[in-house]
Design a protein around this ligand. Structure first.
Ligand code: SF4
Ligand code: SF4
Length: 421
């Protein structure tokens, strides 16, 4: 793999983070002073008696392999699906908003495996260009058509939190989703959230009918003061919800962490991939239903299967290694962008926000200005976006950013550090 390929395939998102510290769960206490373990025993398993056991590794279909023309590499996706299924895993996670993903899911999975052999989740993003209820519901019909799946095992109201949550209430989509459940088109209804703990609590109080919650959990964000992954996890568990993990590798960043972090892991287990530490960390807390990994090639699939096939929770000693890795991360001041590109959907100036941050982060991590500028050209101009200097400071991007990044300020840094273009 040459450097360009390395940058394209591996350095998907070098998120920076102010990680304070980390640690595995130990003292979560739930409603009525019950320990979290008791709540786990009471609640989640019964929800999904109608489904086959769910594998601990889920195939996130957001970052599928791409061909030179940027279309999804269906043949490689098929190989990945086959490896995943052969290893005994069965959970697939796509979304209406993941460009081309639902169509690829049909071709690589639905048309090739019996419907009862896999579990399929997709999502409705009512905050993306929906002016009314009908437009939001139309996403569901589109998802059915694109995937050809007939029904969805899990259907998620996509990315609640911030000013996105109200769309689902305004359009009464919770009621609608459970009507679809009654009609057999959806088996289980839940939601994904990039929300503050307070917002998450509010959603769960208002909607106790939610059957599961999908949250961003990884070792870098566990105690992060912005993401607050631990707090969100504990709230979901207090409400008795099974948790699906998203972004366990933080948009790819933890598969190729900065050198100080690599050194920590290399000293502890030189033969294990960096991604394997992140996956096992995310899967270790109680009540985790599955961990979604957004795999982009066969190599990543093989590595993840190797890690999760005979999954064991982290030992105390291994948790200590991750604590040390978090401390190493805390000292690197990078932008915590995960390349979700929700911001790109709302920016009136078509600014290449995530690409600009990738380039800035690359420079922060590796100090290589030539390569950072090359990155900026590739990810911004090369993908049809405008450079950071085109920003008119309207702030729309910040309203939808799940990582709560001060995008306007960071774009100023991009211009300052990498130069105005
Ligand atoms: S603040 Fe700048 S980057 Fe953000 S949406 Fe407005 S123009 Fe785009
Ligand atoms: S919405 Fe936030 S995290 Fe997502 S790509 Fe934009 S800046 Fe990055």
């Amino acid at each position: 793999m040459d450097r360009r390929e390395f940058l394209k395939e591996s350095l998907i998102a070098i998120g920076g983070m102010a990680v304070a510290s980390s640690g595995l769960l130990s003292a979560c206490v739930g409603k009525g002073n019950k320990k979290i373990e008791e709540l786990i025993a009471e609640a989640p398993a019964a929800f999904f008696d109608d489904l086959p056991p769910i594998g601990k590794l889920g195939f996130g279909l957001m970052r599928l392999p791409r061909l030179e023309d940027r279309s999804i590499d269906i043949e490689q996706t098929k190989q990945m699906v086959d490896l995943f299924m052969q290893a005994g895993f069965n959970y697939f996670d796509t979304a209406w908003a993941y460009g081309g993903s639902e169509d690829a899911t049909r071709q690589a999975l639905v048309e090739r495996y019996p419907r009862d052999k896999f579990i399929l989740a997709t999502k409705l993003a009512a905050w993306v260009k929906c002016e009314n209820r009908e437009q939001a519901i139309a996403q569901f019909e589109t998802s059915l058509e694109r995937t050809g799946a007939g029904y969805f095992d899990f259907y998620l109201l996509h990315n609640l939190g911030g000013n996105r949550t109200h769309f689902f209430d305004d359009y009464d989509l919770w009621t609608w989703a459970f009507e679809q459940k009654a009609a057999g088109k959806i088996k289980h209804v839940g939601f994904s959230a990039h929300a503050t703990p307070e917002e998450l609590e509010e959603i769960l109080v208002k909607h106790p009918e939610a059957e599961f919650v999908q949250l961003q959990i990884n070792y870098a964000d566990w105690e992060d003061p912005t993401v607050k992954a631990r707090e969100c996890y504990e709230i979901a568990r207090r409400h008795g919800k099974p948790v699906i993990v998203m972004e366990p590798i933080k948009g790819g960043m933890l598969a190729n962490p900065p050198q100080p972090v690599k050194e920590v892991f290399d000293n502890a287990a030189p033969d294990e991939s960096y991604a394997s530490w992140a996956l096992r960390y995310a899967a270790s807390p109680e009540g985790i239903m599955t961990v979604l990994s957004g795999m982009s090639n066969v190599e990543q699939m093989e590595d993840n299967i190797h890690t999760m096939k005979d999954f064991d929770k982290l030992t105390d000693e291994q948790a200590k290694v991750i604590d040390d890795a978090c401390k190493a991360l805390a000292s690197i001041p990078t932008v915590p962008c995960t390349n979700c590109n929700y911001c790109a959907k709302v920016c009136p100036m078509n600014v290449g926000i995530s690409g600009s941050f990738n380039a800035l982060n690359f420079y922060t991590m590796y100090g290589d200005m030539t390569e950072a500028l090359d990155q900026e050209d590739f990810y911004v101009k090369g993908k049809g976006f405008n450079f950071a200097s085109a920003c008119i400071k309207c702030g729309k991007c910040e309203e939808v950013c799940p990582q709560h990044i001060n995008i306007r300020e960071q774009l100023d840094r991009v211009v300052e550090v990498l130069g105005k273009k």
